[in-house]
Design a protein around this ligand. Structure first.
Ligand code: ADP
Ligand code: MG
Length: 609
């Protein structure tokens, strides 16, 4: 029988390896900048065309390569950074696998120009699909320039998998920012399609963070410094009042390498416990320095996960150093850990017997009796509210309720069918508004409505209908609202300006500061910031089909309208909301599929007793 096994030719093996190392233009950018840093460069230039799809060029003034190295660097497992297996446990360089250049050369057209500082002339090598097509002596600057063209030209599946220029550009910016933040002493210049994206001069850490994240950041940073035998921590956390609704500014580095770690992230969030609002995220830029023997960066091919030998101890050190820093800068003056469970009583009140609080109860109060207000009690206010004409709502008559249930009957079967609407006897216009939820009796029990979600559905449907026929009416803001954007946010916002305008957002952007002059009338001013956060969250990293952009933007507005923290609604308002909700064809679920309405049946209620 014939032997079947043969070794894969190098170019195929490289192509397969490339699949792991190079997923998109951003991976090339990361690998090449890291090589430049390993080569000791203090100035690195990144130049892109079409978000890297046409060209990625990285030039450095590092040590350069000899002629032989310039050829050998494209071989698989060719590295100058590891000599023995032991080196693997004490890495001080970014690279060590010797895979990046071999992978890139297998799936793109690559040109390399390189010259060592003590040489007169340099060399130029061109390589396409792992085959060297040019190898000449040339005049060039000290250092190394890699140009990568037509990425994935021979892997159509990968090329087709690439997202829009904006999305790819955002991924590149993310990688770039992570590296730039880790190396403040290196000058970085980044241009895309001849437009300068970043020009970061060598400086200290604080200045670098401010240059990258935005000038207003400076006042928001609290320095962290802690030196222990296990780990040294420095960097900054954002003051709690500047916490954000998105996770944008969270950076962890170890030995100048960006990494992600949910365990340490938890330690940081815990340090902020009680200082920031729920669902907000603290900003942080934390740099750990640790003996390389005590970490393993070999866990993940793209190396953003790292194993720590002493992770529990590091957790505790991170937690305490941030708490201390927040305390020191008077941001958390009450953080006195010995007193956690005691109360600070004024001196005059100490040693006094405790007085039981008295709760006043109106025993006549019946929220379901809407007909005869008895004056002077809280029930009077309640019933008055039901009959008042606030909120611009028309007086709702019993017939309206009939209609409302008829609409329901016409609906196709869905989970709401279990709620029996036919019998209007149950329909007293009575509600209990418990914060987020609205309770109202129905024939089979109790109807529970998630108010924010109901509003989300109503606003979404309303805007969708209006938007299709004409631009959404907008209201001019008396004072424009300013927001500082990251590069990614700026590019995503600019890309969608036309659609945003149609939806009522009139804005201008200068130097990453977005100034909002008008908003859709449906949005209240206090929800604007939430809305901007949601828009950015919804459009920045998703590959959105052209036809879907309106959906995502309208969804953001609807979610913001729903999340607005409002005072309790009047009964009339509640009634109006329910009425509107049940007119929406999909009233049982939000546009993202979350439940809006639930019934608690009498049986379920009975089980509770
Ligand atoms: P690794 O970085 O893991 O060693 P790479 O494939 O990225 O593997 O690079 C292979 C080798 O090429 C490096 O070890 C280094 O010796 C050389 N090299 C790559 N880029 C540069 C550069 N910009 N300047 C000098 N040498 C470089
Ligand atoms: Mg490398």
């Amino acid at each position: 029988m014939r032997d079947l096994i043969q070794l894969l030719p190098d170019h195929i093996a490289n192509q397969i390896a490339a699949g792991e190392v190079i997923q998109r233009p951003a991976s090339v950018v990361k690998e090449l900048i890291e090589n430049a840093i390993d080569a000791g460069a203090d100035t690195i230039q990144l130049l892109l065309k079409d978000a890297g799809k046409t060209l990625i060029q990285i030039s450095d003034n590092g040590k350069g390569m000899t002629k032989n190295d310039a050829i050998r660097c494209f071989d698989r497992h060719a590295t100058s950074k590891l000599k023995t297996a032991e080196d693997l446990f004490a890495l001080t360089t970014k690279g060590f696998r010797g895979e990046a250049l071999a992978s890139i050369a297998a799936i793109a057209h690559v040109s390399l120009k390189t010259k060592q500082h003590d040489q007169e002339l340099g060399n130029i090598i061109e390589i396409e699909g792992s085959k060297i097509t040019k190898n000449e002596v040339t005049v060039c600057a000290n250092g190394t320039t890699f140009s990568v063209k037509n990425l994935f030209y021979n892997v159509p599946a990968r090329r087709n998998f690439l997202k829009s220029d904006t999305v790819e550009f955002n991924h590149i910016t993310d990688e770039f920012v992570r590296i730039a933040l880790a190396h403040p002493s290196i000058t970085f210049i980044f241009t895309n399609n001849e437009q300068e994206v970043y020009h970061l001069r060598a400086s200290n850490l604080r200045k670098r963070i401010v240059d990258v994240v935005g000038i207003k950041t400076n006042d928001k940073l609290v320095p962290i410094e802690e030196s222990t035998e296990i780990v040294t921590i420095n960097g900054f956390v954002g003051k709690p009042e500047y916490s954000k609704k998105t996770r944008g500014e969270q950076f962890l580095f170890v030995n100048d390498r960006f990494f992600k770690d949910s365990f340490f992230h938890h330690a940081i969030s815990k340090a902020f416990d009680g200082l920031i609002q729920p669902k907000h995220f603290p900003s942080y830029f934390l740099y750990l320095t640790i003996d390389p023997k005590k970490i393993d960066i070999n866990v993940h091919p793209t190396k953003t996960e790292i194993k720590f030998e002493e992770d529990r101890l590091i957790y505790a050190i991170i937690l305490s150093s941030i708490r201390q820093a927040l305390g020191k800068y008077n941001i958390a003056p009450t953080l006195d850990f010995n007193q956690e469970n005691s109360f600070d009583l004024p001196h005059s009140m100490r040693n006094q017997p405790a007085i039981e609080p008295i709760i006043k109860v109106d025993t006549n109060f019946n929220p379901f009796n809407s007909n005869k207000p008895s004056s002077g009690s809280s029930s009077a206010n309640f019933t008055k509210a039901i009959h008042s004409e606030g909120f611009g709502a028309k007086e709702v008559t019993p017939e309206d309720w009939q209609n409302f249930y008829q609409i329901e009957e016409e609906q196709p079967k869905n989970e709401l069918q279990e709620i029996e609407f036919e019998n209007p006897i149950i329909l007293e216009k009575s509600f209990i508004n418990q914060g987020k939820y609205l309770f109202t009796p129905c024939k089979s029990g109790l109807l529970v409505i998630d108010l924010p979600r109901a509003i989300e559905r109503i606003v979404y449907d309303e805007l969708m209908v209006k938007f299709v026929s004409s631009p959404i009416v907008s209201q001019q803001l008396l004072f424009p609202i300013e927001r500082e954007f990251s590069k990614n946010e700026t590019s995503s916002w600019l890309e969608n300006t036309t659609m945003l305008e149609r939806l009522g957002f009139k804005s201008t952007i200068t130097n990453q500061t977005m100034s909002l002059n008008a908003i859709p009338t449906i949005l209240q001013e206090e929800s604007i910031h939430i809305c901007i956060d949601l828009i950015l969250e919804n459009i920045s990293f998703k590959e959105i089909e052209k036809g879907d952009i309106a959906h995502f933007l309208i969804l953001s507005i609807a979610q913001a309208a729903g999340r607005k923290k409002s005072k309790a609604n009047s009964a009339n308002e509640n009634e109006h909301i329910i009425e509107q909700l049940f007119q929406c064809p999909e009233h049982a679920f939000t546009p993202t599929g979350k439940k809006i309405v639930q019934t608690l049946s009498f049986e379920e209620i009975a089980l509770k007793f």
